[in-house]
Ligand binder design. Structure first.
Ligand code: DGT
Ligand code: CA
Ligand code: CA
Length: 360
């Protein structure tokens, strides 16, 4: 049967796999790609690791010192972000020849395959895997389903080097049996709230009072889960090239004091604006890396590009939101600018833009 199908690609242990491709002698050995924060020699954290390292407990987020303690043999490499980004861009460019492509992160994308049969979807997905391996030597995992969320879930089920195409029957099964914690966008806090309402699996939503659900987890998330459960979820794949400029700085010491964090945050904003070379953001994210290297972020989207002054204010408010909701100490703080718009030098034009909302 022909039906709309969406393909989701996730590059396997991406940064570390790129390092293996460039230097094949790393293969079979535990490898971790690290962000060295510069406070002292061992300060920093693992960004990602290959499967050999993961077996030893060395995975994204753990401190470098811990990685060294877990293994004497682990090979620690500095992150080469520009290198990975260049390869990612090429792969995303290739994917967008297959259909509308939404780049979700440096190593993830959704592709709208249009109305096709299950067999065609399987064949296409296999071709994508072969093509990326042939051109870049990289293994990827792919999931195909009738919507974005289940495509991502399918991809996750097959990792690594996976290829999972869901038919209607399997999707129906997921709609009742998937655990809410496995659903993209449902983090530990929401999961806890849902569990308290007696919802462990998506199917448990059936017995729930919708009003109560909305009250506890909020309108947007409630609508999201309800539509997933009843099979009406239909978010389109949006053409998107990630246009983000982000900067992160490490605090002198871990703290929860907003006044102490503020100058670092503002410096991150300054540097992010400098990197954006004149373009102004319509979206801004504050990203806090907590004492245990867990990452918490808050963002705000505007209808118009914002100035640096507005960005300072917004970022400070977002920082306070993070500190209210999270009780941990902050280790690193960053600001990321999204939806960057080139704004013409003249201020008049900027104000016109603000008034009529058209893009420049
Ligand atoms: P996978 O998909 O489980 O095979 O492994 P990865 O490494 O591809 O993990 P994924 O998809 O969550 O993340 C994609 C890339 O993003 C990863 O290769 C490195 C980067 N990344 C993930 N987590 C962190 C982090 O906590 N810090 C930093 N700096 N980078 C991270
Ligand atoms: Ca990923
Ligand atoms: Ca990945």
């Amino acid at each position: 049967m022909r039906r709309k199908r969406i393909l989701f690609v996730d590059l396997d242990y991406f940064y570390a796999q790129v390092e293996e491709v460039i230097n094949p002698s790393l293969r079979g050995k535990p490898v971790a790609v690290c962000v060295f924060s510069g406070r002292n020699e061992d300060s920093g954290a693992v960004a990602t690791s290959n499967y050999e390292a993961r077996k030893l407990g060395i995975k994204a987020g753990i401190p470098i010192a811990t990685a060294k303690r877990l293994s004497n043999d682990v090979i620690l490499l500095p992150m080469r972000k520009d290198l990975y980004k260049g390869i990612s861009d090429k792969i995303m460019g290739y994917l967008s020849t297959l259909g509308t492509t939404e780049v979700a992160s440096i190593d993830e994308a959704y592709v709208d395959l249009g109305e096709i049969t299950l067999e065609e979807a399987f064949k296409l997905a296999k071709e994508v895997k072969e093509r990326i391996f042939k051109d870049h030597g990289l293994k990827v995992s792919i999931g195909v389903a009738s919507n974005k969320v289940f495509a991502k879930v399918a991809c996750e089920m097959g990792k690594p080097d996976g290829l999972v195409v869901l038919d209607d029957e399997k999707e129906e099964k997921l709609r009742s049996e998937i655990e809410v914690s496995k659903i993209p966008g449902i983090g530990p806090v929401l999961r806890e709230k849902l569990n308290e309402l007696g919802v462990n699996k998506l199917g448990d939503m059936k017995n729930l009072d919708e009003y109560k659900l909305r009250k506890v987890i909020g309108e947007a998330k409630a609508q999201y889960l309800i539509s997933l459960a009843n099979g009406t979820y239909d978010e389109p794949v949006k053409v998107r090239q990630r246009k983000h400029q982000g900067r992160y700085v490490t605090l002198k010491r871990n703290t929860r004091d907003p006044n102490e964090i503020k100058p670092y945050l503002f410096r991150a904003v300054d540097e992010a604006f400098a990197k954006a070379s004149g373009a102004l953001p319509m979206e801004i994210h504050v990203v806090a890396i907590m004492e245990d290297i867990d990452i918490v972020s808050r963002s705000r989207t505007f209808k118009h590009p914002i100035s640096k002054d507005e960005a300072y204010n917004t970022c400070y408010k977002l920082l306070l939101d993070i500190l209210i909701e999270d009780k941990r100490q902050v280790r690193r703080i960053g600001a990321t600018l999204g939806k960057l718009k080139k704004v013409d030098g003249s201020l008049d034009k900027f104000f016109d833009f603000k008034l009529d909302g058209n893009s420049v």
